[in-house]
Design a protein around this ligand. Structure first.
Ligand SMILES: Nc1nc2c(c(=O)[nH]1)N[C@H]1C(S)=C(S)[C@@H](COP(=O)(O)OP(=O)(O)OC[C@H]3O[C@@H](n4cnc5c(N)ncnc54)[C@H](O)[C@@H]3O)O[C@H]1N2
Ligand code: MOO
Length: 432
């Protein structure tokens, strides 16, 4: 964490869009007396910001959910059968439960069978006491004995030796005994696990917490559809941001648009009653212009900043704050590429931590082309792999998505640049 006094006054701050040094933002409430040097906050490095987003959060507690919503969740404790599976001996075929050998006299339903007796049974039916096997319907037929009474005899479809002892009977506990382990804690629940839990007698399952995420989009100039007039932009986030948040371990519970004013921003950040989000992901308004109200809203709600700025480009205004009620705010810049870089830098570790997922990995790639030194922040560059070597994509201005759309990942290029053949850290893209 870096928080220092700056040698600059706000009027002397370099333009962050072009500056060769990390931009410096006036610390809130740090205006001081006229002529006094104001306190400013230096940005965190990319590494520090990622680390903080992981360490400031704690895993959300496990909780019980009904079987349907448990699909895709992570089991918090071992799953055991609540009873033998199946819990009674049942027929695997439609036909007759029989005792002894043919011919069989038909007994009444529900009565125990004595040798020489049979009773009709359907697949899944309860095997009566005394029954030794099930004769398939195609293997038997009802006939009459010498006295004209109905009897069951073997039919033309019967196979040699049929019915063998125990044939077509599913014994109780065949799949699992009562208490047997069905799935271990940490299992990601697939549809078969959900069925298994139902068959094992469960109505709900204890799963690890998954962060609920509300998305708040700012920008009066943002239009949701069609071709915007000059001065307006098409919304690049609402069609995909929820899916990316989902792939990072969040569950999107709402999306709200906020107008570029304080009241609307405060309204959008407000807790939504009984079931508040754990994280609010915002887009735009991270700056300090007359149209940006995010930082002011966070402060007026009593929030604290864990990360105010990051010494990276694009995405330097990305922020991470925490409100007094424990909700986190991940503030993504409005520029689309900057927002994705911000989300993968702060959102990915935060959501993983809250959701008890492994810490997002950073790999390495070998550079296939040199990247010149740039005496400023770390550059996070979309790259493509060509013959296993990474080269920066074209079209990667922070307002562009063309480069990222073709990228294999994001390479983390230090200010001193990188030589051909050198390794640099690389962040995988969640959709690759
Ligand atoms: N004087 C300075 N100006 C700017 C700085 C700076 O340091 N000093 N930083 C620049 C950088 S870098 C970024 S990134 C942006 C961050 O701005 P905000 O987070 O406040 O975002 P906005 O101003 O609201 O929007 C920026 C840009 O993005 C467009 N936008 C917003 N929402 C969407 C959306 N849903 N879909 C597509 N595009 C969107 C918006 O129209 C703007 O063009 O600040 C720079 N300025
Ligand atoms: O840092 Mo800005 O995020 O380059 O677009």
């Amino acid at each position: 964490m870096v928080q220092q006094q700056s040698p600059f006054s706000p009027g002397e701050l370099p333009d962050p869009a072009t500056s060769p040094v990390p931009d410096l933002a006036p610390a809130p409430g740090a205006a001081g007396a006229p002529g006094e040097v104001p306190a400013v906050v230096l940005p965190h490095s990319w590494e520090e910001a990622r680390e903080l987003a992981w360490t400031v959060a704690q895993p959300l507690p496990p909780h019980a959910v009904p079987l349907g919503p448990a699909l895709g969740r992570i089991l918090a404790s071992d799953l055991h059968a609540r009873h033998a599976m199946p819990h009674y001996a049942s027929s695997a075929m439609d036909g007759w439960a029989v005792a002894g050998s043919a011919p069989w006299i038909l007994a009444g339903p529900g009565e125990p069978l004595s040798p020489g007796q049979a009773v009709p049974i359907v697949t899944g039916g309860l095997i009566p006491k005394g029954a030794k096997s099930v004769l398939r319907s195609e293997s038997g037929q009802i006939s009459t004995d010498s006295e004209g009474l109905p009897v069951l005899v073997l039919g033309g479809g019967a196979r040699p030796g049929e019915p063998k002892n125990g044939q077509h009977i599913r014994p109780a506990g065949q799949e699992a005994e009562a208490g047997e382990l069905l799935a271990k804690a940490g299992t990601t629940l697939n549809p078969a696990h959900i069925s298994l839990a139902a068959l094992g007698g469960h109505d709900e399952l204890s799963v690890l917490g998954r962060p609920a995420v509300k998305i708040v989009l700012t920008g009066d100039e943002v239009v949701p559809a069609g071709i915007p007039d000059p001065g307006f932009v098409r919304d690049a986030f609402s069609p995909q941001l929820g899916a990316v948040v989902g792939s990072l371990g969040g569950a999107v519970v709402g999306l709200q648009r906020a107008a570029d004013n304080l009241a609307s921003t405060l309204d959008a950040l407000a807790d939504d009653g009984d079931d508040p989000a754990d994280v609010v992901v915002t887009t735009g308004a991270t700056g300090h212009s007359s149209a940006d109200f995010l930082r002011e809203a966070i402060l007026s709600m009593g929030g604290t900043f864990h990360v105010r700025h990051i010494a990276m480009r694009p995405g330097h205004p990305t922020l991470l704050a925490e409100l007094p009620d424990g909700r986190f705010i991940v503030g993504l810049p409005g520029n689309p590429l900057a927002a994705m870089v911000g989300l993968l830098t702060l959102g990915a570790p935060l959501l993983a931590r809250l959701g008890s997922l492994p810490r997002p990995a950073v790999g390495t790639v070998v550079c296939g082309s040199p990247v010149k030194a740039y005496h400023g922040p770390t550059r996070i560059m979309p790259y493509r792999l060509v013959y296993g070597l990474a080269s920066p994509c074209a079209h990667t201005d922070s307002a562009m998505m063309r480069g990222l759309s073709q990228a294999d990942g994001l390479m983390v290029v230090p200010p001193h640049g990188v030589k051909m053949g050198e390794s640099v850290p690389a962040v995988p893209l969640p959709w690759n």
